[in-house]
Design a protein around this ligand. Structure first.
Ligand code: ADP
Ligand code: ZN
Length: 713
């Protein structure tokens, strides 16, 4: 047979893999040793073919198959090939995410050399030498014994054993240290069975009964985690393995705690980015060996080497962290779908604010839809108040409105807690006109200017995409008003402002500046739980998944940051953030939410405030269909970098436009500098129902291909 092998050597080996011959029966996913030029190197078998496709030159044979079983299963290898195809990357690049770095033979059980005496030995020749005789004595029963044991018991050296083997006085074989334990033996390990409410039970039953991927559309605090636990229990009882993906492992303490109650710790592997290479390899081996029933981790945990995968769950499936922003630029949701299809495993996507992609699939029946429309127990959704930042007098307390200050004051008096949140992605603060509510735009790139301050504190405008500067105008370029306002204050400034307004309040600040390790996040949460702090002030990533019973006020200080980006997903994103925010308040007792915004009439703000999630999804989907944006169409983004990025992007744009016309002109093509690329990064965006045909027309040298991009600015 013929094998496609991706080798461990980057030099000389192409990413598509090399073809070898083999007499032995080899399956895809096996590690092999192959000759490359004058050396022997390791490789992974990607594909096995009965017939050679082309015969340009003589093929070399593989040297040996490593280990007693493949590193990756057939289903995983199919997914590797799918990724390379779908995300337009090489096999090597897609394989890379599935395996720790080489040498791959170290991932396999260690080889053990065994000896025994030949059973039919009629002639009882005794070898010369005391040690050799001791060996023969030790092995008289004809059973296989490991070389280490023989050497230990008899004091014989490796050389003595080799000599006996050469003299045919002993027989030798190679075994593997560990062999695959049947996972079935370890099924009775459920510690605490979940008990479901009737609504949860019926959602669980319908998910279990449906072989299609399921979307669990359950509002915040409806108990989605309990349904995950029930499905995981089911899977483990069947002797299969489950993978639970979470958006950010360090912010998932409570979820992990939940599963540590379900399974003993040694049956769980928690994969996170801070594992050292050695630890990562050990976890990999443990999972590969079948010692683990549940893998929990962020997106790359999908690539855990489960041999008998039964279930994959994506919690908060709408989160952007599921997209890898480096080659291979995969999305965990799409990839999980491919893996589950190949492995015959169940896929469950859970969210209170599903992505438009999943929503449209649920609507067309590609996904099965299960709903949890009510909060668990007596929990009710909080009252949401919208505050128009334009109409508000702040005195010196911007962005704290008087209503927000009194609401916080009430909680402090009642010894309840508040979560304050600032949707501040990146450092950008913009110049907003309070009259026409538009931002001051750079004429060069048509993108909002960013406000910076020079050493003397004097503000100026900068266009990050073109690296050009401009002075701050006295009047709004759109409407001529003088009411220009700098929006976007950092969490740090807010903290000092709050200390001024509430002098004796215990404030915790949680953002990426203050949280460097998981321990710090844990201690923040612990302090809130223990009532050692009154207010948690944080950025979106930190505040999103909190489950704190004593929080009765959640507020967003400026909801609009991000809204005005020329981005078709901006509305969806803000809606998700605001709806998730409403989920933080009143989880155990009645709560309130305050949304401060410059655009109180924006659809996404209104939908979040009225808890009309389904209506928002339906309206937004209609709009996407009407405007021809994903998920109604597909999108591919081509990234070009370097000093000549602009020229190349424009050339590519022209070239693609030509092909597009010839193919019927169904695609929309645009090119622009990227928002944070400082003019040295451009992208060409393709959008339409058949963007792939267009892509096939061009050579993709020095171009990064981003399929289904999330970031399009
Ligand atoms: P979601 O993930 O949908 O926002 P959670 O799974 O965090 O909601 O559940 C919210 C709260 O309700 C948690 O504190 C959880 O322990 C509790 N809860 C939900 N369902 C149950 C149940 N069936 N039994 C006990 N507690 C539950
Ligand atoms: Zn204006």
């Amino acid at each position: 047979m013929f094998l496609t092998v991706v080798t461990s050597s980057r030099s000389g080996a192409i990413g598509k893999g090399l073809t070898y011959e083999s007499d032995a029966n080899v399956t895809p996913g096996s590690a092999v040793r192959v000759p490359l030029r004058k050396r022997l190197i390791e490789g992974i078998v990607i594909e096995v073919m009965d017939k050679k496709l082309q015969t340009e030159f003589d093929l070399r044979s593989i040297n040996s198959v490593l280990g007693d079983r493949p590193l990756l299963t057939e289903a995983q290898m199919k997914t590797v090939r799918w990724m390379s195809d779908y995300y337009c990357c090489s096999l090597r690049q897609s394989l890379q995410v599935w395996l720790p770095p080489p040498p791959w033979s170290r991932l396999l059980p260690a080889e053990v050399i065994m000896y025994r005496t030949p059973r039919a030995s009629s002639t009882r020749v005794l070898p010369r030498g005391k040690k050799a005789q001791a060996v023969m004595e030790f092995l008289t029963d004809g059973e296989w014994k490991s070389r280490d044991q023989i050497m230990h018991e008899t004091g014989a050296s490796v050389a003595v054993l080799k000599r006996l083997d050469q003299q045919n006085l002993l027989m030798k074989k190679t075994d593997f240290a560990q062999s695959n334990k049947p996972i079935n033996q370890l099924t009775n390990t459920i510690l605490e069975k979940p008990t479901l409410t009737p609504a949860q039970q019926s959602a669980f039953e319908s998910i279990k009964a449906n072989p299609r991927p399921s979307l669990l559309f359950g509002i915040t605090s409806s108990g989605k985690t309990e349904i995950y636990a029930s499905l995981i229990e089911e899977t483990v009882q069947k002797g299969k393995q489950a993978i639970l993906l979470v958006p950010e492992i360090f912010l998932t303490e409570n979820v992990i705690e939940r599963f540590e109650k379900l399974l003993p710790p040694d049956r769980i592997a928690i994969l996170h980015s801070r594992l050292k290479p050695g630890q990562r390899k050990e976890e990999w081996k443990r999972i590969h060996n079948g010692d683990v029933s549940l893998v929990i981790g962020s997106r790359s945990a999908l690539f855990a080497p489960c041999q008998n995968l039964g279930l994959v769950i994506l919690d908060e499936e709408h989160e952007w962290t599921y997209k890898n922003e480096q080659t291979p630029r995969y999305h965990a949701r799409e990839t999980a779908e491919a893996l589950c299809r190949h492995a015959g495993a169940k896929l469950l996507l859970g969210s209170a604010t599903p992505s438009l992609e999943s929503w449209s699939r649920a609507k067309t029946g590609t996904y099965h839809l299960a709903r949890l429309p009510d909060r668990y127990g007596t929990g009710t959704l909080p009252q949401v108040k919208i505050i128009d930042l334009v109409e508000t007098e702040f005195n010196d307390n911007y962005p704290f409105s008087q209503q927000l200050i009194s609401a916080i004051g009430e909680r402090l008096a009642r010894k309840e807690q508040c979560v304050l949140f600032l949707n501040r992605r990146g450092m950008a603060s913009a110049l907003l006109c309070l009259q026409c509510r538009r931002r001051v735009i750079s004429p060069e790139s048509q993108l909002p200017f960013t406000v910076h301050h020079d050493r003397n504190g004097k503000p100026y405008l900068e266009d990050h995409s073109t690296n050009t500067r401009a002075p701050v105008p006295a009047l709004c370029p759109h409407c001529g008003s003088a009411k220009l306002h700098e929006v976007g204050a950092g969490t740090q400034r807010l903290e000092s402002l709050m200390k001024k307004i509430f002098p004796r309040t215990r404030i915790l600040r949680a953002d990426t500046d203050t949280l460097e390790t998981p321990e710090q996040m844990r201690s923040v949460l612990q302090k809130m739980k223990n009532g050692e702090a009154d207010i948690l002030l944080g950025t979106q990533t930190v505040v999103k998944g909190l489950d704190l019973p004593n929080v009765t006020l959640a507020a967003v200080l400026i909801a609009d940051i991000g809204l005005s980006l020329p981005h078709f997903r901006a509305g969806e994103r803000i809606w998700q953030l605001l709806t998730q925010l409403t989920g933080r308040s009143g989880r155990s007792k009645p709560g309130d939410v305050i949304i401060q915004t410059f655009r109180p009439d924006a659809l996404e703000v209104l939908a979040a405030a009225s808890h009309e999630s389904e209506k928002y999804l339906e309206d937004e989907l209609k709009m996407r269909i009407h405007a021809g944006y994903p998920p109604a169409t597909s999108m591919i983004r081509l990234l070009l970098r370097g000093p000549d990025a602009a020229t190349r992007a424009k050339r590519l744009h022209t070239e693609l436009s030509g092909f597009n016309l010839r193919l019927g002109g169904t695609c929309k093509i645009s090119s622009a500098p990227t928002l944070f690329g400082a003019g040295r990064e451009w992208h060409v965006l393709l959008r339409g129902t058949d963007v792939r045909s267009l892509l096939q027309q061009i050579t993709l040298r020095d171009v990064v291909v981003d399929v289904d991009p999330l970031d399009t600015v």
